[in-house]
Design a protein around this ligand. Structure first.
Ligand code: IPM
Ligand code: MG
Length: 361
């Protein structure tokens, strides 16, 4: 298969972790007889420095022409000035919108080898296997806003949703739940927010078409508690943009480290293989404090590359090969610093990538 992948390495540790994922994808291409072409493009702080824009037009055009996009991370203290006209994060939100990536899939699966790397108790974590689906192009991130100017004392964001925006993401979550353990929790704050009452009404309508699913509607504050009290009782969780952002950072701690977790952002635009042109990225940020030291955990990005093969290319065998290789490296007792455990070997970013490639052979 001939595949064109845009790589947005971004800022901080982004270039370090994407380099390892590209290395792993090249190994997969060699093993399975595919041809993967990688097209490096600018987005985020590095794009502001080079072009003055966090999302240059050339990047958008390249992404639209690609089969899939692999992203590292964006942002850092260098671009943190709140008065700045552009910010790295704006580029990320804009590319999500440009590609209409309305569903962000964040699987949270505890690798049993890492159960003691978590801050939570073993008995709480046993059996955790969640798929959080976060709505990604609506809500307060994109609704009308007023920014307090230099002497303004008022600002607001608007959590705006339309029926269609809710319908399509809840339907995608329901289809995912059917293929998993048949349970779906829809998150909202319907006791207070109007947009959440619409969310619950539309979700209830959509889910009526899936009578075999076990459905529950959970208030977001209660969900924050349930996630660390009984995480193994959930299967698929669907939430609006901001709630999903917050809940997935919390849920990542169930897997031991944010560094382990991949994500896929999917929409309705199809690539040359008639599959969603997705964007794939680890859920961690650019971690400027450890950038350039080659100690970041590349496994979240490597596992994102596996999701890319599965969702944008339909290469299930190849995707599973990467996931198995990662498990086998962990079985060998090798760890990066973020998941370091007593008695195990701690390695850097590049060695971890090399070890995954070695297991693929
Ligand atoms: C994420 C990040 C982004 C978000 C930031 C970097 C804009 O936290 O992907 O979860 O809030 O969506
Ligand atoms: Mg986040």
């Amino acid at each position: 298969m001939n595949v064109n992948i845009v790589v947005l390495a971004g800022d901080g540790i982004g270039p370090e972790v994407t380099a390892e994922a590209v290395k792993v994808l090249n190994a997969v291409a060699g093993n399975f007889g595919h041809s993967f072409t990688f097209d490096a493009q600018l987005m985020g702080g590095c794009a502001i420095d080079a072009t003055g824009s966090s999302l240059p037009d050339a990047t958008v055009a390249a992404c639209r022409a690609a089969d899939a996009v692999l992203l590292g991370a964006v942002g850092g203290p260098k671009w943190d000035n709140p008065q700045a006209a552009d910010r790295p994060e704006r580029g990320l939100l804009a590319i999500r919108k440009e590609l209409n990536l309305f569903a962000n899939l964040r699987p949270v699966k505890l690798q049993p080898q890492l159960i003691d790397a978590s801050t939570l108790k073993r008995e709480v974590l046993e059996g955790v296997d969640l798929l959080v689906i976060r709505e990604l192009t609506g809500g307060a991130y994109f609704g009308p806003r007023k920014e307090a100017g230099p002497d303004g004392d008022e600002a607001y964001d608007t959590m705006l949703y339309t029926r269609e925006e809710i319908r399509r993401v809840v339907k995608l979550a329901a289809e995912a739940a059917v293929l998993r353990r048949g349970k779906l929790a829809s998150v909202d704050k319907a006791n207070v927010l109007a947009s959440s009452r619409l969310w619950r009404r539309v979700a209830t309508e959509v889910l009526a078409e899936y009578p075999a699913l076990h459905v529950e509607h959970v208030l977001v504050d209660a969900m924050a508690m349930h996630l660390i009290r009984r995480p193994a009782t959930f299967d698929v969780i669907v939430a609006e943009n901001l709630f999903g952002d917050i809940l997935t950072d919390e849920a990542s701690m169930l897997a031991g480290s944010m560094g382990m977790l991949p994500s896929a952002s999917l929409g309705d635009q199809l690539n040359a293989h008639h599959l969603p042109r997705g964007m794939y990225e680890p859920i961690h940020g650019s971690a400027p404090d450890i950038a350039g030291k080659s100690i970041a955990n590349p496994l979240g990005t490597i596992l994102s590359a596996a999701m890319l093969l599965r969702h944008s290319l339909g290469l299930e065998t190849e995707a599973a090969a990467i996931e198995t290789a990662v498990e086998r490296v962990l079985d060998d007792g090798v760890r990066t610093g973020d998941i370091a455990q007593p008695g195990m070997e701690t390695v850097g970013t590049v060695i971890m990538g090399d070890l995954v490639v070695a297991k693929l052979r």
